[in-house]
Design a protein around this ligand. Structure first.
Ligand SMILES: *Cc1c(COP(=O)(O)O)cnc(C)c1O
Length: 459
């Protein structure tokens, strides 16, 4: 073990040195991958030197998500305290289902959940869990809503047309979850968004009324706090004013992307009204820069978590009470420890430190918007209070631009689409970045376009 830990240290240091010199690796063509790297498995053991140099090749040719040139996804950066927690969790290798096996790690998970419940003002019956990602957080919320609507469904199955409401800019996990949960894609109502990408509450209200008139069963409304493309926040207050008029109509807030605004005094107004939701989820692996994955789901009434997810298993639950046997409220059985890495971060920087991370991202996004607005060859498509900055440059096809930047190993950035317009989406989510890193993004892109003489295509 000692030797492998030293190897880990050596490879990590090499990676960090390389990352500083090269924020992006030139990608290996997918069809060529098995020719370039010896990934195939065989009957014979590999000798130690070859193994080590192969590992080094793999590490150094893997896309870099932690550098100052990665703006491609809704995560990025490497927080050292959170990474430390993740490494320790791997060494400890607990499973979070029972106190007997998790010990203090169970306490760490519960402390985080309780603190978040408190911040949300969810009241004394609230509880939560760490699902395996934001999509699965949404799934668990939908299942709780389904089972709260009709407590016999878990025995009898779904036998009615139960209706889901979500905006047309919401995450695709809602669609997948409707498939998984026995609800069916046809039962999803995609509510229209306004020019800012927010769900139109009046359209929601009208649709619910129509469905009730048609004898259908509305049970789940999903509001998004930070839509995946524009980073828009649905008006939770206005939406909850509607949902509270209907019995058993569950309101979930999908804050996977930007729910972490709850940590910022300046930006938590973006989720005003969240205290009237039935459930709320956020990904600490997005705005809080915790390593993948770290998702938290909170629900107002813990009996709903128990009703949908607790099952008896005498071979597993043998000591301590259900309060400490977290498997009674989780989706899976064996469950990795996603809490420790968030806790090492939170404990070391304090809530004030988390707030600074969130605020820094909005500041970086503002820097990007300012740059775009003061340069006439750019067109901006996104708005204040979002950390997604969407734009086009010199009418260059955004798909060509992003793909060439990737293929030539210059910059990792992606494109998005909203209401029929495609644009580059710069995600200001790495709070290790400084304003000069954002300005450098534009410089790298502009220099590349000039050198490459990229064709101007009207978008
Ligand atoms: C990222 C995201 C998700 C999915 O989270 P995963 O952890 O990737 O499963 C869900 N909803 C929104 C709005 C997101 O941005």
């Amino acid at each position: 073990m000692q030797a492998d830990l030293e190897l880990f240290q050596k490879l990590s240091e090499k990676l960090i040195t390389h990352e500083k010199q090269n924020g992006v690796v030139k990608p290996i063509k997918a069809e060529k991958l098995l020719d370039v790297l010896n990934l195939e498995l065989s009957n014979e053991a590999l000798n130690e030197d070859t193994f080590e140099s192969l590992l080094e090749d793999i590490v150094l040719s893997t896309p870099r998500t932690s550098t100052k040139l990665f703006f491609n996804q809704l995560f990025g950066g490497r927080n050292s305290k959170a990474t430390l927690g993740e490494l320790l969790a791997v060494m400890l290798n607990n499973s979070m289902y029972t106190y007997k096996v998790g010990g203090p790690q169970v306490g760490i998970e519960k402390v985080i959940i309780n603190k978040v419940c408190e911040m949300l003002n969810f009241g004394k019956n609230a509880d939560g869990t760490f699902p395996p990602g934001g999509s699965m957080s949404n799934f668990m919320a939908m299942l709780m809503a389904r089972d709260a609507y009709n407590r016999d469904i878990k025995f009898e199955g779904v036998s009615e047309k139960m209706i889901i409401y979500t905006s047309d800019a919401s995450h695709y996990s809602i669609t997948k979850n409707a498939m998984f949960g026995g609800i069916g894609i046809e039962q999803i109502r995609r509510i229209q968004t306004d020019e800012f990408g927010k769900m139109i509450p009046e359209a929601l209200q009208k649709q619910i009324e129509k469905d009730i008139k048609d004898g259908l069963k509305p049970f789940f409304v999903n509001a998004t706090a930070g839509t995946t493309v524009l980073g828009a926040f649905d008006d939770i207050d206005a939406i909850s004013d509607i949902t509270k008029n209907y019995k058993n109509l569950w309101l979930h807030v999908d804050g996977a992307y930007c729910g972490s605004v709850i940590f910022s005094k300046t930006y938590k107004y973006l989720v005003n009204g969240v205290e009237s939701a039935d459930s709320f989820s956020f990904n600490a692996h997005k705005m809080l820069n915790v390593p993948l994955s770290c998702s938290i789901l909170i629900t107002k009434e813990k009996h709903n978590l128990k009703h949908s997810f607790a099952c008896q298993a005498d071979y597993l639950y043998q000591t301590d009470g259900d309060e400490y046997n977290l498997g009674k409220t989780s989706l899976q059985c064996g469950r990795r420890n996603d809490a420790l890495k968030f806790w090492t971060l939170w404990k070391s920087v304090g809530t004030a430190g988390l707030e600074q991370m969130v605020d820094q991202q909005f500041k970086l996004a503002q820097t990007a918007r300012n740059y775009i607005e003061s340069h006439s060859e750019y067109k901006l498509y996104s708005y204040e209070d979002s950390i997604s900055v969407c734009f086009n440059y010199k009418n260059i096809d955004p798909k060509d631009l992003c793909n060439s930047l990737y293929e030539d190993g210059k910059l990792m950035v992606g494109y998005g689409e909203f209401q029929g317009i495609t644009f580059v989406r710069l995600v200001a989510i790495n709070s290790n970045n400084r304003e000069e890193d954002i300005l450098n993004f534009f410089k790298v892109m502009e220099t590349y376009v000039e050198e490459k003489q990229l064709e101007l295509v009207t978008t």
